[in-house]
Design a protein around this ligand. Structure first.
Ligand code: SF4
Length: 155
């Protein structure tokens, strides 16, 4: 009997989505083979109505900047067997968390917007909010490391 396919979802939090774009390049080479073992259930920016239940492997990029982001990543963590951080933003917060480098004066100037859009007091790496089971560093992420890491969980 064929093995059940792993449900894989890719989620993008605050960033330039450069790692997702890079991932599409990797998919161009590898996805046909991987689709024998995985079902690619979701690959888009976070939306309110996403179904995040029973995920085998979630791949996440970006940083956590708002209360909404924080709720979403915790929900994804709770519903995923494996959570892989893709790119340095997810692991260290940089370069996406440049808001953290602003001076007090600069922060004062944008204080109203930060409150209005429910930004967290500090921008956080995904790894600072939830546990990552694995990490693919780099900006954009390292291709070979991603392939090796991902294949570890689908084989
Ligand atoms: S690690 Fe670099 S390429 Fe990847 S999402 Fe962050 S800024 Fe973009």
């Amino acid at each position: 009997m064929p093995k059940e396919k792993k449900k894989v979802c890719i989620f993008s939090f605050t960033c330039d989505e450069g790692c997702s774009i890079f991932l599409i390049e990797i998919f161009n080479k590898k996805l046909i083979g991987w689709l024998k073992k995985i079902e690619l259930a979701y690959f888009l920016s976070i939306k309110d109505h996403i179904d995040v239940n029973d995920i085998d492997i979630a791949i996440v990029e970006g940083s956590i900047t708002t209360e909404k982001d924080e709720v979403a990543i915790k929900k994804i963590r709770k519903n995923s067997k494996i959570l892989i951080g893709m790119g340095s933003c997810s692991i260290t917060g940089m370069p996406s968390c440049q808001r953290n480098l602003l001076s007090k004066k600069q922060l004062k100037e944008i204080e109203g917007d930060l409150k209005k859009f429910k930004f967290l007091p500090k921008c956080l790496a995904i790894k600072e909010v939830v546990k990552l089971d694995d990490e693919v560093p780099g900006c954009p992420m390292d291709e070979k490391k991603f392939i090796d890491t991902f294949e570890k969980y689908i084989n």
